[in-house]
Design a protein around this ligand. Structure first.
Ligand code: ZN
Length: 278
């Protein structure tokens, strides 16, 4: 397994690491000043400045786009219009990603609601419906397995192998559908090394952070790399051994970090933890 150190020229930061309300210009400026190579913007912030302006400001700051967060909420919902809303949203996300030059649109799948089989079937049908648009735009869709604790309300793609099976089923030639691997969500998988190895060339994104013990909030208690038991460096090295050569994105949602208030200090804290432990 490769063990080359993580260097700043390969490190990206997820916009929400700055907090949910920090706008794109502020996040881009702080990421660039802290020396990051890339950023993963969130769609609502891209929309609020306009996708062309967003692309320009990111490019002018010398940053790449490690991923566009996030899309593909095909559930829960039994109403027919839920699926249509998700499709419209995904097609817009694909257009955003094309303009931004994003490595991928991050797809979390939506929650299972009262019928997780039905939700997964909707996800499968929804992805099949948007593959032509993604292929035409040259945009990859990275399925992000979320921890099963979110399967009911946010993400029904629950394991790396399930994400890979879905990708292979829908896109056998690996032209569009890949995977986003997030240490917070997959660290516990019993066959992690084998699963990451099988994901191989489909890995489009690697997110690092940590799992605190005890975890006090399932959404907002993500640790900085090194603050928990998720071994983010292990995931990063496994992905690289499987052929991944893209950016490594630090993605931390944590009110204590946000309380630093100064975006540059937040960026530097995330950067230093990622380089030391990612
Ligand atoms: Zn993630």
């Amino acid at each position: 397994m490769t063990k080359r150190p993580l260097t700043l020229d390969r490190l990206a930061i997820n916009q929400r690491t700055f907090g949910p309300d920090v706008d794109l210009p502020t996040a881009v400026e702080a990421a660039a000043r802290a020396g990051f190579a890339g950023i993963a913007p969130w769609r609502e912030h891209v929309t609020s400045v306009g996708r062309d302006a967003a692309a320009r400001m990111i490019r002018d700051a010398g940053l790449k786009v490690s991923g566009l967060c996030r899309s593909g909420f095909f559930g829960p919902g039994s109403r027919p219009e839920d699926g249509q809303g998700a499709l419209t949203e995904m097609l817009e996300a694909i257009e955003d990603a094309a303009v931004l030059g994003a490595a991928a649109v991050i797809v979390v799948g939506g929650g299972g609601g009262a019928n997780i089989d039905a939700a997964r079937a909707r996800l499968c049908a929804g992805l099949a419906a948007v593959i032509p648009a993604a292929a035409a735009a040259g945009v990859r869709l990275a399925l992000e397995p979320l921890h099963p604790m979110t399967a009911a309300d946010r993400g029904c793609i629950s394991t790396i192998d399930y994400a890979r099976d879905l990708a292979v089923l829908l896109d056998p030639d690996n032209t569009v559908i890949g995977l986003a691997l997030d240490a917070y969500h997959v660290w516990w998988e019993p066959y992690l090394a084998a699963s990451v190895g099988r994901a191989g060339k489909r890995i489009d994104a690697v997110h690092i952070c940590d799992w605190r013990v005890p975890t006090r909030d399932l959404l907002l208690d993500r640790g900085l790399p090194g603050d928990g038991v998720a071994q983010p460096r292990r995931l990063r090295c496994l992905a690289e051994a499987a052929g991944y050569r893209g950016l490594i994105e630090v993605e931390v949602f944590q009110p204590e970090l946000w309380a630093l208030a100064d975006p540059l200090r937040i960026a530097e804290a995330a950067r230093d933890a990622a380089l030391a432990h990612g």
